[in-house]
Write a protein that binds this ligand. Sequence first.
Ligand code: HEC
Ligand code: HEC
Length: 493
Amino acid sequence: MVHKRLLSLLTVVVFVGWGSALAQVRESPTSVTFEKALHFLSPEDTDEQIVPGTYEVEAAGVDSLWLFPSEVSAPHLIQAIPTTHEEPLEEPVVVMFSEGEDSHRLVLLLPDGKGLEVSGSSSGIRSKRAVTRPTINPKERTSQIRSQLKVITQNLNQPRVAMTKKLFMEMEQLELVKLWRYSPRYSQLTDTLEKLQGLFDQRDSKWYIPIWDVDMDSYFYFEWKRNFTSTGTTRDGSMSRKDQAELLAPYSHVRLRINGKWVSPIPGLHRKAGGGLFMAPLLVINPSHSNAIPLPWNVKLFVTTQSGKTLVSPTTKIVVKYVNSWFERTLAPIFRHDRCISCHSVGDHQAIVKYHNDRGFDLKAAWISAYPIEPQTPQGCAICHHPFSRDWRSPKFIQGLNWTKLTTPKEICEKITGPFTDKNGNVGPPLDLHHHFHNDDRIIWAVSNGGVPRERPKKPVLFPEDKESFLGTIDTWLASGKPCPKTAAMDFQ
Ligand code: HEC
Ligand code: HEC
């Protein structure tokens, strides 16, 4: 049975009764019992609280370890640092030291002289590090390790089955080799979606991937390679039968963990030749969503093979490379299109008359309305433009909507999301842009129709007879809270 007083004993008698107290209760060389709740650090630098109980300790790559509770509940992943030791071991063993009242150090010794070390505290007050500075000197540490090992090996109740020698490197069998995704849908503007390549930077060992300021959810494509360490070769140098069989053994469980959350690697999960894996989980990175996992990410992959092995990747860091502006890349080219500019740039009598004249149409001569030729007076324009819009009129210059004067996407975006200036020059709250884009028939004309009076040929439009594509592009932006470009770098002149 589990000895409940283990930790308090630990703090009092380190050399004497400690080892035997532990040995009596050990179920395996890699199990530990905590009497008090302990705080550790997760791989994401957050607090990981461990309730009292017995745990099985297992390595999870070079920088973390598992604590599997004896009860059926979720295992804990703990940040660890690699360490070394001089004990000749045939299988992993866990030793534990207490360092004062609050701090406890747990060392997983591996058969090849390497190991993983973590420290936890019962108060939860701790530095932001996986392991605090040791309070004992190396010599004392070695002797403590030895005395514990002695008792553990003597008292283990089950016969010592020599486990297959587990090499340290073998734990890191999965490695991210490719990462990419696609831009959000552009609609008709470009046919193919842009492939956004993730790039690994060796200088800081991080993956960099571009995102968009309208990102909701997106499939992220991960390609993992299995770094298989062969156990030996046959005489002719080919892979042994055992290794071949191991490489072909199906995977029974594939689990992906991002920032402490388990993420479904499905859909798209499939196995590649050589034991590698391909997966395309659908991930939400927009922080305003409840199930979002905003970048940066700490990603770790766990695979269980049917032969009983656990393959693990190192903690893989993925960060934002740059943020693409949806308005700049997708909407600004629409706003700067001839069909929008034509009307937005005729903001007074003179400009309206000149515009028609320049296109070989003498508006003054053809004018038959009692209303003056002015912007914001649809009654006169309707005589000719009525078939194309029930409310054909141009904005006045004082409204500041002449986009030939606003040169950068940033300026246009800030203007239309900012205060609205009406035809009398009164400044009020921003327009309801959803309503404006969906219901203003001038806009619908400009994007999908382009017809002009007097049997003149239709003008080119970006979405011929397809306002839905345009509205989809707008709605993507509206749903993300109308983000504007952060810089004025791009000039659309
Ligand atoms: C036929 C003329 C005409 C065309 C074509 C036109 N607009 Fe307008 N637009 C106007 C007028 C007039 C206003 C001002 C409305 C008011 O004063 O109530 C306006 C206002 C706007 C506003 C609101 C500005 C603000 O401050 O909130 C936006 C956004 C807008 N237009 C976008 C466009 C886009 C994009 C296109 C092209 C796809 C376009 N417009 C084509 C006449 C036009
Ligand atoms: C007597 C007929 C007539 C009236 C009235 C008229 N227009 Fe026009 N308008 C035309 C014709 C014809 C064209 C097409 C010119 C061409 O072929 O480029 C045109 C084109 C335009 C365009 C360019 C559309 C584009 O993107 O190519 C704008 C903007 C415009 N008119 C604004 C107005 C405004 C504002 C009024 C009212 C103040 C008005 N028009 C009144 C005949 C008229």
